[in-house]
Design a binder for this molecule. Structure first.
Ligand code: NAD
Length: 293
């Protein structure tokens, strides 16, 4: 039997906003495979995520294949706009949704995890934000474009820099996995606000980062997921369902992807089965990207 056993591994998962996020399914799979999971959530959604983790009505969404429940060992706040707390503007520090947390920068959060758990084996980047995502690129403001780039693309570099000391030379190596979308390579007109540019940047950054941390046996890969109606995706376009149907009809597998498929492929990329795989983009999109129509 080929083992897929993550016991003894610590996985830091960013980007859980609710129980429909890709990151939710990824985090559950990592725990199901034996890893300890720490969630780092946007300070504004942390309370919501905690309720998904505890409410009786959400129990089913927490169930793992063996009947046990998803239970992260820790849930920390992190706003991926900020590398250190020195970057946080006074008005944000004073906002009541932030003021209750003394630390929510990328470096502060990663240091807290690395120090408490003695290392990080798996880092999941599943974060994207574009204030003007519903506006086509041509109408996108400079401010919104740069903000989207900082949160959705640069944050990967910032996280890998912060995590590299804790991920270096772990037993069996360590793995970073981020989420991208085909709009980073081909024109998808509705994917606005500069988000396509963010994904293009994320893709070359992941390849560069693979080089910069490869000498420490840390691998960096991305999954290019097919369209999936997470809450955020539905907000991009009220006709998101039609978009999913279009992709399904034009994919070799003639169906939409499920979030569990992204989670399963993430497990592969984080496992020893992918020990020689880095700097890659794995398409989990029912093959949609290979089509010419
Ligand atoms: N849903 C799709 O169709 C699709 C397809 C391909 C790729 N993706 C990518 O998958 C990833 C996850 O998206 P999703 O569909 O699960 O939606 P989601 O909204 O559930 O996940 C996005 C997460 O980003 C977080 N976030 C936004 N701004 C942040 C900030 N400043 N600091 C920290 N966290 C922040 C949100 O809180 C949320 O949890 C994203 O990178 C997205 O671009 C999604």
């Amino acid at each position: 039997m080929i083992p897929l056993d993550f016991s003894g591994k610590l996985a830091l998962v960013t980007g859980v906003g609710d129980n429909e996020s890709f990151a939710w399914f990824i985090a559950k799979s990592l725990q199901a495979a034996g890893a300890k999971v720490v969630l780092a959530c946007h300070p504004r959604v942390l309370g919501i995520v905690e309720s998904f983790l505890t409410r009786d009505v959400d129990r089913e969404a927490r169930l793992l294949p063996d009947g046990s429940e998803f239970k992260p060992v820790k849930v920390l706040p992190c706003d991926a706009s900020y590398d250190t707390m020195d970057d946080v503007p006074a008005e944000v520090k004073g906002d009541r949704r932030y003021a209750k947390f003394p630390e929510y920068s990328i470096k502060g959060m990663v240091d807290a995890v690395g120090q408490e758990f003695g290392g990080i084996d798996i880092l999941i980047h599943s974060i994207a934000f574009g204030r003007e995502v519903t506006k086509p690129l041509i109408d996108t403001s400079r401010k919104a474009y740069l903000e989207a780039m900082g949160i959705s693309a640069y944050s990967l570099t910032s996280m890998v820099r912060a995590a590299a000391p804790y991920m270096a030379n772990r037993p069996g190596g360590a793995s970073v996995v981020g989420l991208t979308y085909v709009a980073g390579e081909r024109v998808v007109p509705h994917y606005g606000g500069g988000m396509a540019t963010c994904k293009a940047s994320l893709q070359i950054d992941a390849k560069q980062l693979a080089w910069f941390v490869g000498d420490k046996n840390v691998r960096v890969n991305l999954i290019s997921a097919g369209p999936y109606a997470s809450r955020a995706a539905r907000a991009i376009n009220k006709d998101f369902g039609k978009l999913i149907d279009h992709a399904a009809e034009h994919s070799p597998l003639r169906r939409p992807i499920g979030p569990e498929e992204v989670a399963n492929s993430t497990l592969y990329l984080c496992s020893s089965l992918a020990s020689g795989v880095t700097g890659q983009i794995l398409y989990v999109d029912c093959g949609y990207n290979v089509m010419g129509t």
